[in-house]
Ligand binder design. Structure first.
Ligand SMILES: Nc1ncnc2c1ncn2[C@@H]1O[C@H](COP(=O)(O)OP(=O)(O)OP(=O)(O)O)[C@@H](O)[C@H]1O
Ligand SMILES: [Mg+2]
Length: 257
């Protein structure tokens, strides 16, 4: 039987809102949703943080001849193993910007063959992490995706980043990929800060059930990512039950969309 692949891209133009953390947790969330799932993570960020979390290898960003670059070059790829047997990675590396502003790479990226190739790799889920910007690597990932998850913080700069991504989705992506569903999530929220509470309330009133929830700013989230190997929040010993439940249910909700 042919595998139906669900492709989820994590994106926000604003840096540091938790994209790589969310992508990592979603990869593990897919295994909660389906025990036997096979997951491919694609790291389109030249910082390579998701690749580092997944492999525990900080040096992986210096491997500039492999990883996701080969895929963008149209070379048949064999994804690498991670610390989890069911999760593979096409790693990001420090020279990924060389694929931007390249008409050949762009034509291939937006072409039908690339999309078919991605879905033909046999994974149940593909989770894509992106750098803090909106450029070719974001638009091409959105053109492949079924779901876009836009993490933001309840501060104006991150909300502006969320709105810019939405504009790009509406104007540039939906005409060609009308099946793309998008969702926002508040992350790193401190509801004791009045402006954050107000922004959180406003975003939920404005975008309704497109906002999947609010994830609190908690040191245990960083702790989970800093473990060796990194673990999803719900497996982090220093995380309280409410925090574990919050992340687990958010991730299961996304992969089930
Ligand atoms: N809910 C949270 N509470 C506390 N710390 C968090 C939370 N979410 C993420 N972090 C921490 O915030 C930092 C930034 O997160 P992350 O690297 O995932 O963001 P990013 O959006 O991928 O950043 P970049 O734009 O640089 O790629 C990390 O140290 C991460 O551990
Ligand atoms: Mg990141």
């Amino acid at each position: 039987m042919k595998t139906k692949t669900k492709i989820i891209v994590v994106i926000n133009q604003k840096g540091g809102v938790g994209k790589s953390t969310v992508a990592f947790n979603l990869a593990h969330g897919a295994l909660l949703k389906r025990k036997t799932a096979r997951v491919l993570c694609i790291d389109l960020d030249s910082q390579g943080n998701l690749s580092q979390y997944l492999t525990g290898d900080l040096d992986i960003i210096n491997d500039t001849s492999g990883g996701v670059g080969l895929f963008l070059e149209g070379i048949p790829i064999v994804p690498s193993k991670t610390t989890h047997s069911q999760i593979d990675v096409l790693h990001g590396h420090k020279e990924l910007d060389r694929y931007d502003n390249n008409p050949t790479v762009e034509a291939r990226g937006y072409g039908e063959e690339m999309r078919t190739a991605l879905r033909g790799l046999g994974y149940d889920y593909v989770i894509i992490d992106t750098p803090p910007a909106v450029g070719f690597r974001h638009l091409v990932a959105l053109s492949w995706a079924d779901i876009a998850v836009i993490p933001m913080e309840p501060v104006m700069s991150a909300i502006a980043g969320f709105q810019n991504v939405l504009e790009a989705i509406t104007n540039l992506i939906l005409p060609f990929n009308p099946g793309l569903k998008w969702f926002g999530v508040m992350n790193r929220a401190n509801m004791r800060v009045k402006s954050q509470l107000e922004n959180d309330t406003w975003i939920k009133a404005e975008y309704g059930d497109r906002i999947l929830g609010t994830l609190a700013n908690r040191a245990a989230v960083s702790d989970a990512m800093e473990q060796e190997p990194a673990r999803p929040v719900w497996e982090c010993r220093s995380a309280r039950k409410a925090l574990r439940d919050e992340w687990r249910s958010f991730c299961i909700q996304v992969v089930g969309k």
